[in-house]
Design a protein around this ligand. Structure first.
Ligand code: HEC
Ligand code: HEC
Ligand code: HEC
Length: 476
């Protein structure tokens, strides 16, 4: 009896060992769990998932289209699938894609992949990222449904060689010995993995980042990434390190700003999942970046406009029909009362707990560029916190899940009401501007420029050929 049980026990133990050996062989790890976890954290800090994921159930399998002024660029499958992903990438090839914008087959990537920022990544961090992508990400054996197709001449990937020569700076991060370790950690995270500059630094005619105007604000599609230099009047110099850390962790800084659009995505997937000490380091660095513009003499920043104003007072006695007659659309105050006041309060004061924010004293209504106000009304707010919280405002742009679809005239009238009552009265919005934001922002003249450039190049080439031909003829 005793023998049979011990035999059984031994057999079970043997089976368990065999099973372990089999799974162990299938998942032979070349990298330590510690290294893979380090890579996972860096991938989070770099927000690879935001661009490389189209559906939640297939992380990193690609398919998400990034709108650029020249058309949509689709992020590819970067799971370790050997057939459809980057499973065959060597570490060197992975490093070149990340830091130089060169694909394994030698083709150039478009800078919609932020390799200009990732160029700052250290060798050790690229090594950890490689370990994570090879052994910490589930392979997905399928290609994204959409693929990139840009108009001529942008479809010529080799044209990026010239762009890289002119603009890409592939110098690794260099610590500044005069600054603290915390500042240097923050500078590395902000310039490299966190790629704040990719969105917040204005670009020149050829889409290159203007280094001398670092972080002074830029349009990215429908959204405006505001000036976040340390200017007290046009940047965020009036914020403390604590405040910026709170904003990066939660996307909500009571009394000053909340994040929607691309910043909400970056916070949901990336910044809110970083350690408190890394967020403080980023904030310390960001709040030291100077502005190249002089302070405005008036001194009022975008967080100091507007006050609580009862919207109904401005149309008391005016019916919707009368309002319509006056301006062709209902008055902005009427649109506000009908659609917004239920959450944001009749006087735009929000709720006590701040979940529904006040609309005055905020970046979004005080900013000189009204893109975010229009875009937030059209597309709402959708942000998650790692604790499982969900911040949600419905879109009003006519999407499937929209509350009441508002047309361009209505959004313009509403925006102008919000700006005059709760925000910067010097700013106004037209229906045409609303339409531009609906279409994802201004289209660039880059294609035109490039086509003109190609034409000029072709003419020069022709002239050269003619000249050479003449010389030859003269020689004969
Ligand atoms: C802002 C969006 C964005 C972020 C963030 C981003 N990528 Fe990309 N990535 C892209 C796009 C878009 C492409 C395709 C570009 C093209 O086709 O030229 C791409 C291409 C790549 C490629 C080339 C794959 C191939 O063979 O097609 C690799 C490798 C890659 N990314 C890795 C990463 C890693 C690792 C991270 C995080 C550290 C990351 N990316 C973060 C947008 C992004
Ligand atoms: C993908 C683009 C993108 C990236 C990357 C990004 N931002 Fe932003 N950021 C935005 C946009 C767009 C807004 C405006 C959001 C809104 O008001 O709803 C914004 C808003 C902000 C604000 C609030 C400013 C205000 O006046 O309301 C701060 C602060 C900020 N970002 C800091 C950062 C820092 C620091 C980083 C890097 C660690 C960063 N951002 C990376 C796009 C981006
Ligand atoms: C169902 C409730 C609800 C309704 C209705 C609603 N909002 Fe919001 N609104 C919210 C929430 C929640 C937020 C996000 C707060 C945060 O980001 O922490 C928000 C944020 C905003 C912001 C700030 C976005 C930013 O990026 O700073 C603006 C502006 C705004 N709402 C305007 C409006 C307008 C105008 C209407 C009417 C057309 C409206 N809201 C209707 C709940 C609502």
């Amino acid at each position: 009896m005793r023998n049979t049980t011990s035999l059984l026990r031994n057999a079970r133990a043997l089976l368990a060992i065999a099973a372990l050996a089999v799974t162990g062989a299938a998942m032979a790890q070349n990298y330590s769990t510690e290294l893979i976890e380090k890579g996972r954290y860096l991938a989070t800090a770099s927000d690879c998932i935001a661009c490389h994921t189209a559906t939640k159930d297939k992380p990193m399998a690609g398919g998400h289209a990034i709108s650029s002024p020249v058309g949509e660029i689709v992020a590819t499958n970067i799971t370790p699938s050997k057939t459809h992903g980057i499973g065959n990438y060597t570490e060197q090839q992975f490093s070149d894609a990340l830091r130089k914008g060169v694909r394994a087959d030698g083709a150039r990537l478009y800078p919609a992949m932020p390799y200009t920022a990732f160029a700052r990544l250290t060798n050790e961090d690229v090594h950890a990222l490689y370990a994570y992508f090879m052994e910490g990400v589930k392979p997905v054996d399928e290609s994204p449904k959409a693929s990139t197709s840009l108009p001529f001449p942008m479809n010529v990937r080799a044209s990026m060689i010239g762009w890289n020569l002119l603009f890409a700076d592939d110098k690794p991060f260099e610590a500044d010995a005069a600054q603290s370790a915390q500042w240097n950690r923050g500078a590395y995270l902000a310039q490299g993995p966190g790629h704040c500059m990719t969105c917040h630094t204005p670009r020149g005619a050829l889409m290159q980042e203007l280094g001398s105007e670092s972080l002074s604000g830029a349009q990215i599609g429908a959204w405006w990434a505001p000036d976040i230099t340390n200017s007290k009047t046009h940047g965020i110099g009036s914020w403390s390190v604590d405040e910026l850390t709170t904003y990066l962790r939660t996307g909500h800084l009571p009394g000053k700003a909340q994040a929607a659009g691309p910043m909400a995505e970056a916070i949901t997937h990336s910044f809110s999942r970083m350690t408190e000490s890394d967020l403080r380091a980023i904030s310390t660095y960001i709040l030291s970046v100077p502005s190249h513009k002089p302070e405005e003499p008036a001194g009022r920043n975008r967080f100091a406009h507007g006050q609580a104003t009862d919207a109904t007072a401005s149309f008391r006695g005016t019916s919707f029909a009368e309002g319509m007659k006056q301006s062709g659309v209902a008055l902005g105050s009427q649109i506000f009362t009908a659609n917004c006041a239920s959450c944001h309060g009749a006087s735009g004061q929000g709720t006590q707990d701040g979940y529904y924010p006040a609309l005055f004293g905020k970046s979004i209504t005080g900013e000189a560029n009204p893109s975010n106000l229009i875009a937030a009304i059209l597309s709402g707010v959708d942000r998650e916190t790692p604790q499982g919280g969900h911040v949600f405002m419905p879109p009003f742009g006519g999407q499937d899940n929209a509350m009441v679809p508002l047309n361009n005239d209505e959004v313009a009238a509403l925006s102008n009401f919000l700006l005059t009552s709760y925000g910067n009265p010097g700013v106004s919005v037209t229906a045409a501007q609303v339409q531009t934001i609906r279409e994802g922002g201004e289209k660039s003249s880059l294609i035109l420029l490039a086509r003109v450039g190609m034409a000029v190049a072709a003419v020069i080439l022709l002239l050269l050929i003619v000249l050479i031909a003449r010389k030859r003829r003269n020689r004969v």
